[in-house]
Each structure stands twice: as C-alpha cells, then as structure tokens.
Design a protein around this ligand. Structure first.
Ligand code: ZN
Length: 372
C-alpha cells in the first residue's frame, strides 16, 4: 500500500511537471499587493458569454453592475487538450488552476482514475483558503452537487457521480454550501458531519456567525426566480453569505454561481436566460457594495463558458440563439480593483484566475496549483 501511494505521488509530481502548473505563460501581472485583499468573491455566470450579457441589457432594458467594474478583460475556456469545455472542466480550471477532461471535477487529467481514488487530487482555491484559516463558502442557483459548485468542493472522475460528490462536500470543513436540493443530502447526514441543515430563506436569515450550514433550497424557485417555497434570491444568498463569512478575522473565499444562465441558454429560452443573468448581476452588485465598504475584498466576475451561440441581427435590432450547446469564444472577466494583477484588454487563461487569487492571498506560486 505504501509503495502504491509512493508511486501515485511520483506520478502526480510528473503530471504537475508535464503540464507546467507553476509559472504559466502569464498575462496577469506582478502588479498586485500580496495580502492587500484578505477576502475574494469569485462570481461565475455559467454560460455567460459577452453576447448573453448584451442580450440581457437589450431585452430587459437594464444596466449591469458588473460592467461598472474598473478592469474588463476576457479569458479562454480551454479544457485539457480541447478548445471546448463544460462546467466540470471549466469549473476545475477556475477552482484548481488546471485543465482537465470534460466531465471531470478536480482530478488530474492523465491518471484521473487513480487520483480520484487516492488522496492525490489537486487542491481547490476554496480548500486552500480554508486550510489557511480563512472561511470558505459556496453559493449556487444549481443543485449543490452541480458541476460548478462541485469543482470547488469535491473531487470526482465524473460530474454524474452525485453520491460521491455530495459525500465529498459533506466532508469539507467549509462554512457554507448553499444551493438547490441534491438527492443525497439530507438532515441526517448533514447533522452527522457538523452542518446545520436549512431549506428556506427564513432558516437562512436566522443563521448566526460561526454556524456551518448546508442549504437545500427549491431548485425550481432558483431556476425560474420564483418564491413558492420560501426561497432566497441569489442576491439575498450572496449578501447573507458575506455577512456570515466576513466574521472570520482571517478573511474569506466565497464562490457564487449564477447557474441558470446556461440552463436556459441550452433551451434557447431568451426570457429566462436574460432573467437569470440580470438576477446574477444583482448578486454582483451586492458583492461590489460590500467590497467598496470593506476595502479588503476583491470581486472577480467571470464565466466558465458561453452557451447558446448568441448573435445580433442588426437589421431587426434583435439578439437570437444559434445553438443549444456551449460556445468556443472567450468569456468576460471583470475585476473590482486595478491593483490585483489583472489588466483591461489583456486576455487571461481560465486556469490563471485561481492561481492569481492564491497569489493575492499571499500563498505563493509554489503552493498553488498544488496537490491536496
Ligand atoms: Zn451547459
């Protein structure tokens, strides 16, 4: 057994070397102050392409808070080998700083079977923050075992392994994991693992500092921005999550996902896609309001990929979907401060984003991306 473990370690080191995790060809600059931002809120609009944002403004007649952020740039969406991705591989690039096979969640791409069965998995930025004394939280409008939240809080060969993913999530020491109800999460197993189980906005608002909570809200309410089951909006979840996590003196890492931009774009449902994007932007506004007041919080808004191939017809002055799947184009990156190493107009790699967050936290380049 020791020999096998040793072998896995050697293989993992080899994989790390092979893919040059350290010292990525970098468009993020050294122009940042280590430790200036003790809190980072990473906000991921699933399926949120540039044109999905344009359509949202046009259809709903709204202005977007994220577009007021001082740094506006873009990121590629590549997964391991491919210039295409899904939310599992896209989420892993954003959580762990590595590119993996489509469908897989924070496991190494070369020996994923072995590594997913061993302890040799890449650490996620949420796990790293928690291990270094910060509070860590996950907020999503997807089910809690959805691909994006899972990429930050679980390690699995496939996003379809809901049982394994939920089991991993229960074992994290995170302070909160909130989203739509997942099959394997219940009052009993959350309590066994030291979580407070909640399933309503009333429960959520009653949470106090120092609590650890696992939320299982009504997914349909989250998806269609309804409130038939005492369900909070993504902006309400974000505000309360910040409220709870910011009680930690060491700071916090929070990931917030607007999941249903992607889901409605797959269905070419313009009404609900734009509604979900506008709701996600309200959560961004809430995060920005806190960051401005706090002064030690950085907000990064991006997407794992675009969805729906949104195009504009100038003659009709109208946006329209051209596909039911994921786009290959670069996605938006908005950053709330100019001294975080991100530069307007300078394309970044998706996997650079968590690496840069780790640098900002002062964890150093050798510590991340890294093996858990
Ligand atoms: Zn999708």
């Amino acid at each position: 057994m020791i020999i096998i473990k040793k072998l896995i370690s050697i293989m993992t080191a080899f994989v790390l070397m092979l893919y040059g995790f350290v010292g990525l060809s970098s468009n993020v600059s050294d122009d940042y102050t280590e430790g200036k931002y003790k809190n980072v809120i990473l906000m991921i609009g699933d399926g949120m392409s540039f044109n999905n944002l344009e359509a949202t403004k046009a259809v709903r007649g709204v202005k977007l808070a994220m577009e007021t952020m001082p740094v506006k740039t873009n990121s590629d969406i590549n997964s391991f080998i491919l210039p295409y991705t899904d939310s599992a591989a896209g989420g892993t690039a954003l959580s762990s700083g590595i590119r993996v096979w489509v469908n897989s969640l924070a496991v190494f791409p070369v020996n994923p079977v072995i590594t997913s069965l061993s302890d040799n998995v890449p650490v996620t930025i949420a796990e790293l923050a928690k291990a270094n004394g910060k509070a860590a939280g996950i907020v999503t409008t997807d089910e809690t075992s959805g691909a994006t939240p899972s990429a930050f809080s679980a390690h699995a060969l496939s996003r379809t392994l809901e049982k394994d993913i939920s089991k991993d999530q229960l074992k994290t020491g995170f302070d909160l994991i909130w989203g739509g109800a997942s099959e394997s999460i219940n009052e009993e197993n959350t309590a066994e693992n030291g979580w407070t189980y909640i399933d309503s906005e009333t429960d959520m608002m009653a949470l106090e500092e120092g609590s650890r909570s696992f939320a299982q809200f009504d997914f349909d309410d989250l998806k269609y921005v309804k409130n038939e089951h005492d369900t909070p909006t993504i902006a309400e979840m974000t505000e309360k999550a910040i409220d709870l996590l910011s009680a930690d003196e060491d700071g916090f890492f929070l990931m917030v996902e607007g999941a249903c931009i992607d889901k409605h774009a797959h269905d070419n449902d313009m009404e609900n896609m734009t509604l979900s994007a506008a709701e996600f932007d309200k959560a961004v506004a809430a995060a920005l309001a806190f960051a401005e007041k706090d002064g030690e919080t950085l907000v990064v808004v991006t997407a794992d990929h675009g969805t729906g191939g949104m195009k504009y017809n100038a003659e009709k002055d109208e946006y329209y979907f051209t596909s039911g799947s994921h786009d290959l184009d670069n996605v938006p990156v908005f950053v709330s401060a100019e001294d975080a190493g991100f530069t307007t107009g300078s394309e970044v790699e998706n996997r650079q984003i968590p690496v840069q967050i780790a640098r900002i936290f002062g964890y150093g380049e050798d510590m991340f991306p890294a093996v858990k």
